[in-house]
Structure formats: C-alpha cells, structure tokens
Design a binder for this molecule. Sequence first.
Ligand code: GLN
Length: 484
Amino acid sequence: MIESSLSQMGAALRAKKISSVELTQLYLDRIAQLNPALNAYITLRPDASLAQAKAADARIAAGTADALTGIPFGQKDIFCAKDWLTTCGSKMLHNFVSPYDAHVISQFNNAGAVNLGKTNMDEFAMGSSNETSHYGIVKNPWDKARVPGGSSGGTASAIASRLCAAATGTDTGGSIRQPAALCGISGLKPTYGVVSRYGMIAFASSLDQAGPMGRSAEDLALMLNTMAGFDERDSTSLQRDKEDYARDLNKPLSGLRIGIPKEFFAEGLDTDVEHAVQAAIAEYQKLGATLVDISLPNTRLSIPVYYVLAPAEASSNLSRFDGVRYGYRAPEYTDLADMYEKSRAQGFGDEVKRRIMIGTYVLSHGYYDAYYLQAQKIRRLIAQDFVEAYKHCDVIMGPTSPSTAFKLGEKGDDPVQMYLSDIYTIAVNLAGLPGMSIPCGFGANNMPVGLQIIGNYFDEARMLNVAHQYQLATDWHTKLPNGI
Ligand code: GLN
C-alpha cells in the first residue's frame, strides 16, 4: 500500500480495501521503527492522528469522501496547526501550541486528510542542510552520514523513507526543491500567491511560498488541488479561478520547447550532477521536446541579492518574538530591555541571529540605499531575464542543486558555501515563478540528483505534465534507499 500513488490510495480507501485507521497505524508503526535514526518528525500525536483517521472512515462510509480523505500526510512544522506544538524548528517556539490552523492545514483538514505529524526543518526555514533545527539534525535516508537538504529536510527525509504518503514544504530560496533533489523525491514551489501564507510562520514574506512534496508529479498535482486557492486572510493571495492541476498530466510533449540556460551549466556544477541532468534532457528530446539555448545573465547576482532581501524581511518578521506574548522567555532578567535581549539571545540559534543582524544592517539609515534599494532593483532585472527567456521557450530546465547531498557538518562553518547550494533555485523565488524538482538519476556515492523544471507564471499544470511524462518513461522516482 505505501508504494501506491495518492489516487490509488484514495481509491483503496473508498473501496474499503483498507481503512484510514489501518493506513494511519501502518505509517505510525513505520515512524516508530525508522524515525529515531532519521529525526524527520518533531511532533507526533498518534491519538490525534488516529482520531482524524476515524473521522475520515466515517466520511468514507457516508459516501462524502474527497480525493485525499483518509490519507496520512506530514506537515512541515512551519504551519500553525490547532492544538499541535508548532515550533518552526526553534527553541523560541518550543512551547507554542497553536490556537488556530494555517490555511494550508485547514485545506487538508477540509479534505478529510490525516495529519500524521509535524516534520523537522531548519530553524525558521533558514538553511540548506537541516542542521540548524533546535530539534536536532535530520538524516538523509540514502546515507545517514549526509544531509537531507533544507529547510524542508524533515519532509523530504520522511517521504523518501515512506514515513508518510506525502507532505508539505515551503520554499523561500529553494527549500522545497533542494531537499527534494537531495532525497530523490518530487517537489513543487508554486507561483508566488497561489497558496495562502496565512498561518505559515513568516521568514521573507515576499519570497515565501508553500507547496507539495511527494513521490511523483501525479501526487503533487492532487495535493496542489487541495492547497491552492484564494484566501482573503493573506493580502498576497491571488484571486483566480480554481484549477485542476492534474488536467494536463497525460498530454504528449511533442513540440515542447525547453530553454537551457547556459549559466546553469557553468563553473561550480559537479560533473556527476551535470551528467544526470544532461541525460534527463536527452530523454525529453526522445519524448518530442526541442531544446533552445537561453541566457539568464543576472543569475549570478541572485545569491547576493537574496542575502540582502531575505534577511531584511526576516529581521522585521522575527521582531515579534520578544518573549512577551508567546514563545520562549529567559528565566532571569533585570528589566524589560534585558528580558527582550536575553529571551532573543537564548531563544534564537546562530544562523537566525546572523540573518537578523544582516537584515537590520541593510535596512539601517545610511545603508538602505546602498544595499536594500539596490538589491530590489537587481531583483527586477533577474525577473526580466525570465520574461525575455519565455519569449523563446515553454519551460526551463537545469540542475536543482550544484551537488548531491553533502556530508553532515561539511559546510557548517562556512555560511557562504552553504548559501551556494541554492544558486540555481533562488532566482525563481526572486521572480515569483513556479519551480519544481524531480529525481533524474544518481551521482557520486549513489546519491540522488534532481532535475529542476522552471515554468512561466501560473504554468503549474504544464510543469506537472512535463514531469509526469518523464516519470512515465523512467523509474528514478520509484527507487528506494536501502533498508526502506
Ligand atoms: N537555503 C535558503 C536559506 O537559507 C533558502 C531557505 C528557504 O527556501 N526557506 O535562506
């Protein structure tokens, strides 16, 4: 059952071949057995999950089941979920039990899905390796001495080891696509504004976007159908007609024009990754696609621009964590200012503090024009590169990450090396475009490689079609780590 697609699982549940309680228990048993070595989950509440499963079974019996009713999903611990501890990977929120549901969580609840647990993540979604979580490092199931990627590393590790049917992630600079690539699964970051950010703990609000992560493009389409939609509680949520993201899955690819950016195959890309990605692109040619050489000349500026803008927004968003209303408060202090300082000094980890300091600096009087304003202007140029490119192609392809999963601790002391992990993903967030990663082979040490597919605005249905056709022709997405 755990190798079935979401639509097969839903059909089996509706045909009463298995109950949601049985399916949920199956995953809970796997989690009890495998999670201690992986640390993919922060919070499990088996009784709450099983109660949801029981309600799903009643809904199925009443004949009112939806596509996802009764299916157990992991939820990244960045999403507020009523009565669930919601930590965002931080000591700052170690005692925060959310009084309300994020929009994404209520969409899954309304569909009758089961919340299996909250998945581990880099603290406040800052990181590319899942080593900054207050709740411990997450391991990559393909090699437990290696990182799963980040920040949605708990989600990626859980899916790759089949500790949930699928799960959610968020992507500010690559946090859905990079861990998906490093763990050999599929993940989609939608166009900015397609999925509501209400109740999703804010990192960099103009870049943050939630999306589905799972075993196949077909599964992602079903999840996006549930996650997407207008929500008036998020002022950047887009008012658009409801779409069926699975509608084009079976379209043939003949005539598809794939843009190949020369900047994505230059210095800095590991040769094992390059080989796997080139082989995937050759497979697309067999499927009827044609290749177009394109250029995204400002890509090289995306990391410096991101590391001005994202910390600037983070420094503002994280000012709410002050020890007053909720979250961590230092046990001892002399006066109010000392309480703020000690609570923040003790509650935040090093990477979060680094970002708050950078952000505060670039927004301060005298530096605002030189850094923040300048970065906003270059952000526009980066977006313009894509507008130009899409005059000549339908989708863009390249690597998701410059390397396969690196060793735990390898980049911990060198933030700039860590930041370079997102060299191919960040421009997509800066432009607000949709991007996805699908498994396309293995590199050195038998670690998975991800192919990145970047679409034009609101072209998620086409991207899912492009990914699904590849997954019909190849079997990389069905491969399992040893012992899973
Ligand atoms: N790795 C990037 C960072 O550390 C992106 C994180 C994300 O997408 N949430 O900011």
